[in-house]
Design a binder for this molecule. Structure first.
Ligand SMILES: Cc1cc2nc3c(=O)[nH]c(=O)nc-3n(C[C@H](O)[C@H](O)[C@H](O)COP(=O)(O)O)c2cc1C
Ligand SMILES: Nc1ncnc2c1ncn2[C@@H]1O[C@H](COP(=O)(O)OP(=O)(O)OP(=O)(O)O)[C@@H](O)[C@H]1O
Length: 305
């Protein structure tokens, strides 16, 4: 997969392009991705056009945190067969582009779009004035075709990134994973912890996600860790480790069942399955150790191991 970001001087030919923010690459997004992939088989260049920063970040002090960071998104899409991912810089200029100019300057001139694949509520350009009716009205002028989809639902809920972010902030992992249609994960390089885990007989892997990664509430979760394509069950603590001297950053620490290889420096994905309990500040490491043993017993039952 070709990845284009920051650079706005690209020139792609004969494309089938899907447009949007695509945070989470959820089931609804997947319909559009599958469509451009099927058009790839017909000879089109399959493209996802998205913006590098979540559009709200530029205009509010509160950074919008993402279900999947740019790296995680690239990781998922690089395995999908998509030809090109464009993360267009989101600046004041981009925000203020008139929708007609977006169609002409970007979709037609830079992407040579022949097919434009979007959800039926897709809006774009200054004041979100552009929509599928505007795109359809320009089909004959520019020689492209618009393919639009009804918004996919899960049970009674219309799936969207905002709904999933909301559930994630409440720690409703099963719901998050159902809405996503994939398992939420945190990708990162394994860091050195304080190495206290080893001394209490529980070696763990520590990840420190970037500040714009949306994490669920602090607490213990059942998890699966993907290492070199192999999935290992475990128990993950999300939080600040208050018992052993509070960390400044919210971290992701995992005990993997029956695993003893050294993982320092390795890139892993930690998938979260279910919330188990809150993170607790214990009065002693001994009490923490007892609780962690209980977590592992719970986990072994959960995974049937
Ligand atoms: C399953 C699990 C549950 C944990 N629960 C808590 C907790 O409730 N409170 C806490 O302060 N730390 C908790 N921790 C973090 C421990 O403090 C940490 O594993 C230990 O101090 C070792 O840290 P180190 O890897 O930095 O050496 C938990 C860790 C795991 C793996
Ligand atoms: N449930 C869905 N079913 C089908 N298409 C969808 C669905 N949700 C979004 N899309 C389409 O996927 C593309 C990317 O969507 P985008 O990420 O911009 O919106 P979203 O997932 O609804 O997020 P937000 O909650 O931030 O609006 C758009 O073309 C959008 O219309």
């Amino acid at each position: 997969m070709k990845y284009i970001s920051e650079n706005i001087d690209f020139n792609i030919k004969n494309s089938a392009v899907t447009l949007g923010k695509f945070d989470g690459l959820h089931q609804g997004h997947q319909i559009l991705i599958d469509k451009v992939l099927s058009l790839k088989e017909e000879g089109y260049t399959s493209v996802m056009f998205t913006f590098l920063y979540h559009p709200y970040n530029l205009f509010s002090d509160n950074e919008i945190k993402l279900i999947f960071t740019e790296d995680e998104k690239k990781h998922i899409l690089s395995q999908s067969g998509l030809d090109v991912l464009i993360s267009y810089p989101f600046s004041h200029d981009t925000k203020n582009i008139e929708p007609e100019d977006f169609i002409k300057n970007i979709l037609v001139e830079k992407l040579d779009a022949k097919l434009i694949v979007v959800g039926n509520d897709f809006r774009f350009g200054r004041n979100r004035r552009g929509d599928i009716n505007m795109l359809k009205a320009m089909e004959d002028i520019y020689g492209f075709k618009v393919i639009s989809f009804e918004k996919k639902r899960w049970e009674d809920t219309i799936i969207s990134s905002s709904v999933i972010r909301n559930e994630l902030q409440r720690g409703h992992m099963e719901r998050v994973n159902n809405l996503l249609g994939r398992t939420y994960f945190i990708r990162g390089k394994v860091l050195d912890g304080r190495k206290i885990g080893r001394t209490i007989g529980m070696p763990t892997t520590n990840l420190l996600p970037p500040s714009n990664k949306l994490l669920p509430p602090c607490g213990v979760y059942t998890s699966r860790t993907i290492i070199d394509g192999v999935s290992y069950p475990g128990m993950t603590n999300i939080g600040y480790k208050p018992t052993v001297g509070k960390e400044k950053e919210k971290g992701v620490e995992t005990y993997i069942f029956d695993f003893s290889k050294d993982l320092y420096g390795k890139e892993i994905d930690v998938e979260l399955l279910e919330y188990v309990r809150p993170e607790i500040k214990f009065d002693s490491i001994e009490e923490l150790k007892v609780k962690m043993e209980e977590d592992l017993t719970f986990g072994r039952k959960f995974f049937n191991i």
